[in-house]
Design a protein around this ligand. Structure first.
Ligand code: CA
Length: 219
């Protein structure tokens, strides 16, 4: 049973996220101000935090800074307004957090929550991911199209894994950058596009679909 802390002062968004997470079997706790949010985050009683940036008391950046230092193992998903994505990405540099810009679909948040929790406690290393003819053997870190083994670099494998774990969801360049490269790169960089190109060359042009203006998806 995963306990999720939601720090969000807009009641409609907080209720929507809490209700959705509860329906999926999580145990959500909603806090509407930054100071209480930070206190809760530091208790160690939560497995993940969903964090708004604009909050009364203390803003999300302040919380992020303290939690990153004092409780670095807590996975964080930041909710941010679309027009402050650049500030948010800058603030997340080096941290373990991920972000979503508002408005977002619940399914996308859920996929991200699951991915973060799995990354945290992955106890089934012999998993296999399969989408179409592409198979990833996660234990042996090998990739196949049909029966044919395909050589992927560590980065290519990680990118394919994130896309396949989130099949049918659109992942933005920024999201892929944060999950595969961990913000080591400038968000303006085209490295994601370059690597998607490598994957298409190796796994088939149809493996990754480009969603214009939004990102990439495997389906
Ligand atoms: Ca807010």
């Amino acid at each position: 049973m995963n306990r999720i802390l939601i720090v969000e002062d807009e009641p409609r968004i907080a209720a929507f996220v809490a209700k959705g997470l509860r329906a999926e079997g999580f145990v959500p706790t909603v806090v509407a101000d930054g100071i209480t949010g930070l206190d809760y985050a530091l208790t160690g009683e939560f497995d993940l935090m969903v964090l708004d940036i604009g909050l009364p008391g203390m803003n999300g950046f302040g919380i992020l800074e303290r939690v990153t230092i004092e409780r670095p193992s807590l996975p964080i998903i930041v909710l941010t307004a679309r027009d402050s994505v650049t500030d948010t990405v800058t603030a997340l540099e080096g941290g373990a957090a991920d972000y979503m810009s508002k408005p977002f679909r619940f399914g996308e948040l859920l996929a991200r929550v699951r991915l973060r929790l799995r990354a945290q406690t992955d106890t089934s290393p012999d998993d296999e991911l399969r989408v179409g003819v592409v198979t990833l053997d996660l234990r042996k870190r090998r990739a196949y199209t049909g029966d044919r083994e395909i050589e992927l670099s560590a980065r290519e494998f990680a990118l394919a894994e994130v896309l396949m774990r989130n099949r049918d969801l659109v992942l933005s360049r920024e999201q892929l950058l944060s999950q595969v490269w961990g913000y080591d790169f400038d968000p303006g960089s085209n490295i994601v596009d370059v690597y998607v190109g490598y994957l298409r060359k190796k796994l088939g042009a149809e493996f990754v679909v480009t969603i214009r203006g939004a990102g990439y998806r495997v389906e």
